[in-house]
Design a protein around this ligand. Sequence first.
Ligand code: SF4
Length: 90
Amino acid sequence: MSFIQKMIKKTEEIAHAASDLAHHNVVPPEVSSERFAICKSCEHFFEPTATCKKCGCFMAAKTKLKWVECPVGKWGKYDEAMDRSKTESA
Ligand code: SF4
């Protein structure tokens, strides 16, 4: 993938993220809190800016998005169906 293609892809992801955040299409608060706690204890977390050194994202925002995942596999995409089944069995 060329530099230009990477820039276009990143721009599309930022637009998608901004739209989801603006429309409150986000994970439940307990999920984003759990993800953010994992980030805060991660060796790739850069505390002064609360960003990830692997992906460069602002983690307070990224941890709220349903379709994203940790670049090194510490947390995954949000599975709404799985979350619903947990709630129903509780
Ligand atoms: S997204 Fe993953 S690699 Fe980045 S700070 Fe969070 S846990 Fe660490």
